[in-house]
Design a protein around this ligand. Structure first.
Ligand SMILES: NC(=O)c1ccc[n+]([C@@H]2O[C@H](COP(=O)([O-])OP(=O)(O)OC[C@H]3O[C@@H](n4cnc5c(N)ncnc54)[C@H](O)[C@@H]3O)[C@@H](O)[C@H]2O)c1
Length: 309
């Protein structure tokens, strides 16, 4: 009989709030790894989430789940960080910077004390700036420090385009790039279905992008947090890494002379495999898009320059 050889893989999640918990549950349902560990400053909450998920194992099997400490990051292939403050209704992601940057020093230090080989996958907002901070603080190669970037925004964009066209969103090729936040931009010039232009009227295009950009505000206003789609996005990145897929995903990565932008993390299409970001794909942006991309970069660089790194 041809049996798949057993390969142990461990994912650690730091921050078991709405995002961390839903991500853990998604990874568990999809059996992405053999070991899953939850870490939170609120150890009781992490334990409660762990117990609840473990009681589902008779229906699932396959994965060892426990609530642990940073020591458990030692053998982790991926450490997902979703710890920290989240947006309250009306708050921007940048509004979270001070609060969340202040806890990242300790979190990244605790992880890198015990692990020097894994991949850091950052979700906490503002995600691009905190990915940059994590890269700086960890001293790890840029390939192994990844932000969830505009993967979620691109999914929202493709979903809305799919609705407009009456086509399965998985068949829509369209990108949101730049900041995961208010300065992000749609790359309409390259959006297509099977290589054919989308042919969406301008007013519809504007509405689709507005709805994409403001999705988190609308959801947070309605239910207090976003969780399901970000969990699926983090699951998708995890699968690309653990499965050595070389999938193209719009994650946040360190840019160097990319459409005129350097030394900042932003969401762009990247080839993601077992080593993290293997390659960045060079989108041939038009002048308007290039301008908007550079504005997005400058906005974040300005914020980064105020941090004590
Ligand atoms: N990247 C994305 O696309 C995306 C999408 C949604 C939310 N987010 C961000 O993810 C973060 C988490 O959002 P949420 O809704 O899960 O928030 P939440 O408040 O529900 O959970 C945050 C968790 O972090 C824990 N925590 C706080 N400080 C910690 C520390 N120092 N060490 C360990 N754990 C700590 C808290 O105890 C809590 O359980 C926010 O910054 C939010 O803006 C990002």
């Amino acid at each position: 009989m041809n049996q798949k050889p057993f390969k142990r893989s461990r994912v650690a999640i730091v921050g078991m709030g709405a995002v961390g918990t839903t991500t853990g549950y998604t990874l568990l349902l999809r059996q992405r790894m053999s070991e899953l560990v939850f870490i939170d400053v609120n150890a009781k909450k992490a334990r409660g989430e762990m117990l609840d998920m473990n009681h589902g194992l008779p229906f699932l099997g396959g994965v060892k789940v426990w609530a642990g400490t940073y020591e458990d990051c030692r053998d982790a292939d991926i450490i997902i960080v979703a710890a920290g403050a989240s947006q309250k209704p009306g708050e921007t992601r940048i509004d979270l910077l001070k609060r969340n940057a202040s806890i990242f020093g300790e979190i990244i230090d605790n992880i890198t004390k015990v692990n020097d080989h894994g991949i850091l996958l950052i979700a906490t907002n503002p995600v691009d700036i905190l990915s940059y901070v994590s890269w700086k603080l960890s001293g790890w190669p840029k390939e192994r420090v990844i932000g969830s970037g505009t993967l979620l925004d691109s999914a929202r964009f493709r979903y809305l385009i799919g609705l407009n066209k009456g086509i399965d969103p998985r068949s829509i090729h369209a990108h949101i790039i730049g900041e995961h936040g208010d300065s992000e931009l749609p790359v309409w010039s390259l959006a297509n279905v099977a290589g054919t232009p989308l042919d969406i009227p301008e007013a519809d295009q504007e509405q689709i992008f507005e709805n994409t950009k403001n999705a988190a505000y609308e959801i947070i206003d309605a239910k207090g947090a976003t969780s399901y789609a970000i969990a699926l996005a983090l699951d998708r990145i995890t699968a690309a890494i653990l499965g050595d897929e070389a999938s193209v995903l719009n994650v946040s990565t360190l840019l160097s002379d990319y459409n005129g932008v350097s030394d900042v993390y932003l969401g762009v299409p990247c080839v993601v495999d077992h080593n993290g970001v293997r390659e960045i794909l060079d989108l041939p942006l038009n002048d308007v898009e290039k301008d908007a991309f550079q504005r997005s970069a400058n906005k974040l660089k300005d914020q980064i320059s105020k941090l004590d790194l």
